[in-house]
Write a protein that binds this ligand. Structure first.
Ligand SMILES: Cc1cc2nc3c(=O)[nH]c(=O)nc-3n(C[C@H](O)[C@H](O)[C@H](O)COP(=O)(O)OP(=O)(O)OC[C@H]3O[C@@H](n4cnc5c(N)ncnc54)[C@H](O)[C@@H]3O)c2cc1C
Length: 511
């Protein structure tokens, strides 16, 4: 009798504790989930004022780094990610995911909730036949090239050392090798992904095919957390050739038509070539400068870097550049050559136009100059000392659009018949938080003006590349109705209860 009474008392106490926990969880699900997971996954949950928290809280853009989540969770394995997602959905705790932390806008990585930082998922394994590299989702691109360069192998990946593989591949991924092979998302053999339910699934052209298609440009946000990318590896036994040319802005009426012609005829005729062109306002160099970087995966000479590939010669032979450098280098060297330091505020926006008219590109340059004038007025008005606006033209020639069609195509909604296209990317770096709103407003005005102008001339396309998009841009709307509806159907299938829609905060969502 006494035993029964004791047991009853224990269960009543347990119910009371569960009620207290439930109430606490209802009141503050983030804190509750952090505490629950610190018991379930010892050593993997990091609270403010700890060294591990500070390590996770490093972001390229200060607009991210200044926000502090309740805790960071650093899973060590796919199973850990599964435990985390099951717990977060059960407790209704809001979360987001960080791979390399290179998104410009706030709210992409950090929320007033939980950030799952994938930085421990850094495995890199090459298959015995050298055709596949299995890559953990917390890797940076420099890790991959450092592992592959000595083997004479490469993958279609990022062009800068520090961004993460996660965000770059799931949004698309423009690479030095895109001319022949498409974007990074077109060169994933399979994705290991943890769904909202905690189930671990492999999506490939033969298994979960709709999910595989969706992950090629549809972002993780809507489908689950990718823990491993199985990437197509290919032989890259030689260094790459690269050339960098800096011109005064005054050459624009000569340079832009040549660049447009390169996009339309040069690049499709030589799929190993890759390039972009940037206009930067730098008063220290006298105002506007034009910088074009050029890359080639099969150099014309392995001993003489000054031998420029044929496709780039019309631009390389323009007179009087401010500087002109060429080199032969492996991928790791090229990746580290473009340094984009941490510690400033950033915004990136973009749109795409048809690349068939040199005068459109020149007029876009003028619109950018009006945007720069607005930004300088804002910065001077606030007494802010530094603001650097960039405009980058990134070609999507027809050969890239064709290469995107492999394995059933991707979710970006781009067809070869749409091309050739030019991504118009506006980026600004500044320091003063007070002018965030004005910088965003001016950038939106610039992008709207570009779209209006292109529309008037019948040269609009409007594709918004997720990885360069501003927070408010309608990325999935720009993929076209068919693509967005299919993505939504697949998201409903793999997240039938809408848990990711409800709990995954920030970044680009389908609804
Ligand atoms: C210096 C610099 C150089 C760049 N170079 C290139 C380039 O060469 N080519 C190019 O195409 N783009 C480039 N970008 C853009 C870049 O692709 C995007 O900023 C991209 O989002 C960065 O990925 P990340 O993992 O570092 O970012 P994060 O901010 O960590 O990730 C972005 C979002 O992706 C989601 N996500 C990340 N990992 C996962 C995962 N494993 N599973 C599910 N969802 C996930 C999260 O929602 C997250 O909010 C560059 C950006 C910078 C700042």
């Amino acid at each position: 009798m006494r035993v029964i009474a004791l047991l009853a008392a224990i269960s009543l106490a347990q119910i009371a504790v569960a009620n207290i926990v439930n109430k606490a969880c209802n009141k503050n699900p983030s804190t509750c989930a952090c505490t629950t997971l610190s018991t379930a996954l010892p050593g993997r949950v990091h609270f403010p004022n700890s060294t591990e928290y500070e390590i996770s809280n490093q972001y390229w853009s200060n607009r991210q780094a200044e926000i502090h989540p309740t805790c960071f969770i650093t899973p060590n394995s796919t199973t850990d990610v599964s435990v985390i997602l099951k717990t977060l959905t059960r407790l209704s705790a809001p979360f987001t995911v960080k791979s390399g932390g290179h998104t410009a806008f706030a709210g992409s990585n950090l929320v007033d909730g939980i950030t799952i930082d994938l930085r421990l998922l850094t495995s890199i394994t090459v298959s015995p036949d050298r055709r596949t590299v299995y890559v953990g989702a917390g890797n940076r691109w420099i890790n991959i090239s450092t592992a592959l360069d000595p083997l004479g192998l490469a993958v279609v990946g990022g062009r800068v050392s520090d961004p993460g593989v996660g965000g770059l591949i799931l949004g698309g991924g423009i690479s030095y090798f895109s001319g022949r092979r498409g974007w990074a998302c077109d060169n994933v053999r399979s994705y290991e992904i943890v769904l909202a339910s905690g189930a671990i699934v492999t999506a490939s052209p033969t298994s979960h095919r709709d999910l595989y298609w969706s992950l090629r440009g549809g972002a993780g946000t809507n489908f689950g957390i990718v823990t491993r990318f199985d990437l197509v590896a290919f032989e890259q036994p030689t260094p790459l050739w690269s050339g960098s040319l800096l011109f005064p802005g005054s050459i624009n009426t000569t340079l832009l038509p040549l660049y447009q012609n390169l996009t339309v005829t040069g690049l499709p005729s030589d799929p190993d070539a890759h390039t972009y062109l940037t206009s930067i306002f730098l008063p220290s160099l006298g105002g506007y400068i034009l910088l074009t970087d050029q890359y080639h995966a099969t150099p014309p000479s392995l001993s003489d870097p000054s031998l420029t590939p044929q496709v780039f010669r019309p631009i390389a032979s323009l007179p009087d550049p401010i500087s002109h450098t060429t080199r032969l280098a492996n991928l790791s060297t090229l990746l580290t050559a473009i340094d984009q330091p941490y510690g400033a505020r950033q915004t990136w926006w973009n749109t795409a136009v048809r690349a068939t008219s040199p005068s459109l590109l020149l007029d876009i340059l003028s619109l950018h100059e009006a945007h720069v004038t607005r930004l300088l007025a804002v910065a001077n008005g606030s007494g802010s000392d530094t603001i650097t606006p960039f405009l980058t033209f990134q070609p999507i020639p027809v050969n890239v659009l064709q290469a995107m069609q492999t394995n059933g195509g991707n979710a970006l909604g781009l067809e070869p018949a749409d091309g050739p296209l030019m991504i118009i990317q506006s980026a600004t770096t500044w320091t003063d938080k007070e002018i965030d709103g004005a910088v965003e407003a001016s950038t939106q005005k610039f992008i709207d003006a570009v779209n209006d102008l292109a529309r008037k001339r019948g040269l609009d396309n409007g594709f918004v590349y997720m990885n360069y998009a501003g927070k408010g841009q309608d990325v999935f709307g720009s993929y076209g109705r068919g693509s967005r509806e299919r993505l939504r159907r697949v998201a409903r299938e793999y997240d039938p209860l809408g848990e990711l829609r409800r709990l995954w905060r920030g970044y680009f969502k389908l609804w």
